[in-house]
Write a protein that binds this ligand. Structure first.
Ligand code: ATP
Ligand code: MG
Length: 572
């Protein structure tokens, strides 16, 4: 983590708020909003914006609205409206009765716009989109005035009303702000405020054939909701003069209190993934992943399905803090946050992902012992459970090697291991098929080696997890890796390559023949466990059910974030 990023509670936006409160600005009110456009599912970057906006409201006894910025009907959909609400709620935030839509303000906005035209601050322009671009100039050259710039107020009013009535074809005319074609800020060179677009809106239907632009609708929506601090990402810093211009020129005072202030912060970028909604949509629509909630996706629904908890995501957003400069956060930090939580709270169980049959020849054939096993040594209040032991068990294939290298502390011919919460076994014989593949092991066990037994203290280097063959339950396990192999998949675009060329072909591995201990038979969909030595897993909320268990690996046990931190400290 970057030292420049203080935690949420002490971030620079809070400092601005402190100053405002001290000066009695906005009568001491703090009112923020989270303004998603319903054109895709929310991702972890949005989670940061949600935690920031709702978090600041909570910390300052203020309010936070949820507002859909639905000014672009051609890309928006009710499916997104619903998923966004579900995600914000799941993250643990409550907008109470303050759910709004920019489209709620279309009438008001139209009325304000007539005022803007009457005060000579807006005009109808007949240039084509291409011509508008050409007239705009560049960063080094001023723009040129549109030939329609000096239309009379009467003509502008007449044309704008006829635009609204549907007299003109799509794209034939726009309404523009009359600001300054020579402004050094391109956003101030007579930006478009309204366009003609015949597209059915998911809320207003076909009531409108003109739609306001985001930069125009946004400050007015903020003002109408009496927002005090309008927090957005850095790329809008150059739009701030336009935001303020709109608030200066539009007379909203009869409809709102105070005046909102736009404040920009750095968006979250996460390594090994992409965060652009366009790209995430492409991955879904073109089938590179299995939907918006694919557990490999950085979407909130994907993280939820993977097994992340709301607490772990809020913790992550808190730790990355709020900065004024863009940076990339290591995905290992996100993984660290869920690991820390589950280390305390997830029950530990035994599951064998790649089973190898072991027959314990000196164990009585019909005997079953129910052995006590701790549920979480980190958290004794979680108690213990009984697990069955019998003559045939499964261990992990990788826990046996016929020709082990030095320092292989697991099972090998003639060698011993301790079975977790059970006995010490010794490998007596390896059985192979005609192709030389190992099919089973014959072992002996030391009956006194269990906890409390005479030989329980014997020094054995390796401990393995296991399940009783006759009691174990079959399960399917999905192991995930980064969605993209490269740290910054967008990077390759500078060399003209497609970010999709960086997709990780091994981001999903499915193991169909795993065996889990019987206590998992009725694992609740969505419940989380530590599979000893294998990582943290979640029973898939959609695919898993009794009789057909499916587990997603949330993260492995190896905490690369803690390792990086340790290395950083020792290098200092
Ligand atoms: P689009 O390109 O579709 O506008 P967007 O990611 O900006 O994509 P919005 O729905 O407009 O999506 O975002 C809602 C809010 O979330 C905005 O205030 C935006 O600034 C914030 N946001 C979006 N992406 C991030 C991110 N990566 N980090 C932090 N905040 C983000
Ligand atoms: Mg946006």
């Amino acid at each position: 983590m970057n030292k420049d990023n203080p935690p949420l509670s002490t971030n620079f936006i809070q400092n601005i708020i402190n100053e405002d409160l001290k000066n009695g600005k906005n009568d001491g009110r703090v009112h923020t909003r989270f303004p998603p456009e319903p054109n895709g599912y929310l991702h972890i970057g949005h989670a940061k914006a949600i935690c920031l906006n709702f978090g600041l409201a909570i910390a300052n006894k203020g309010l936070c609205n949820l507002r859909f910025d639905d000014t672009n009907p051609s890309k928006e959909d009710i499916e997104y409206v619903e998923s966004i609400q579900a995600d914000v709620k799941w993250l643990g935030f409550d907008w109470e009765d303050r759910l709004f839509y920019a489209s709620d303000y279309f009438d008001k906005l139209y009325e304000f716009t007539l005022g803007l035209i009457k005060s000579g601050n807006a005009y109808v322009c007949d240039l084509s989109a291409q011509e508008i671009r050409e007239y705009r100039g560049t960063l080094t050259e001023p723009g040129k005035d549109s030939p329609y710039r000096n239309r009379s107020i009467e003509e502008n009013l007449d044309l704008f009303q006829r635009m609204r009535e549907g007299e003109f074809p799509d794209g034939s005319r726009v309404l523009r702000a009359k600001i300054d074609m020579a402004s050094p800020n391109l956003n101030m060179r007579d930006p478009v405020l309204y366009r003609i677009l015949r597209s059915t809106h998911h809320r207003t239907g076909d009531n409108w054939c003109i739609y306001p632009m985001y930069d125009y609708a946004h400050p007015i929506s903020d003002a109408l909701e009496s927002i005090t601090h309008s927090i957005c990402t850095l790329e809008f810093a150059d739009h701030r003069p336009l935001y303020d211009w709109v608030l200066d020129k539009v007379d909203y005072s009869g409809d709102a209190k105070g005046r909102p202030q736009q404040i920009e912060f750095a968006r979250l970028n996460l390594s090994h993934t992409v965060m652009s909604k366009r790209k995430l949509r492409e991955l879904v629509m073109e089938g590179y992943v299995d939907g918006w909630d694919d557990p490999r996706m950085p979407t909130i629904s994907g993280l939820r399905r993977r097994g992340y908890t709301p607490e772990s995501i809020r913790d992550f957003c808190d730790r990355i803090g709020v900065a004024k400069r863009d940076s990339v956060v290591d995905i290992a930090l996100l993984e660290h946050c869920i690991r820390e939580q589950l280390n305390q709270h997830a029950p530990r169980v035994m599951a064998v992902l790649r089973p190898l049959r072991v027959i314990i020849d000196n164990y009585p054939e019909d005997q079953v012992e129910w052995l006590e096993a701790e549920n979480n040594p980190e958290n004794p209040s979680m108690g213990s459970r009984q697990i069955p032991f019998s003559r045939e068990i499964f261990i992990e294939q990788e826990d046996f090697m016929e020709n082990p290298p030095k320092k292989f502390f697991r099972l090998s011919p003639g060698g011993e291991i301790r079975l977790k919460s059970a006995y010490i076994i010794k490998c007596e014989e390896v059985v192979k098929d005609e192709n030389g593949a190992i099919i089973e092991l014959h072992c002996s066990y030391d009956p006194d080696s269990r906890s409390g037994g005479a030989t329980s203290g014997r020094k054995i280097k390796g401990t393995s997890h296991w399940v009783s063959a006759q009691h174990a339950i079959k399960a399917k396990v999905r192991l995930y890796d980064h969605l993209f192999t490269s740290e910054d998949p967008d990077d390759c675009e500078e060399e003209g390559a497609d970010y999709k060329s960086q997709l990780n072909p091994d981001s999903l591995r499915v193991l169909d023949d795993c065996r889990v201990e019987p206590s998992l038979a009725a694992a609740e969909p969505g419940s989380r466990f530590q599979f000893l030595r294998q990582g943290y897993f979640c029973a898939d909320a959609i695919d898993s059910q009794e009789g057909h268990l499916v587990f997603n690996r949330i993260v492995s046990l190896r905490d690369t974030w803690a390792k990086i931190q340790k290395e950083n400290r020792s290098n200092q």
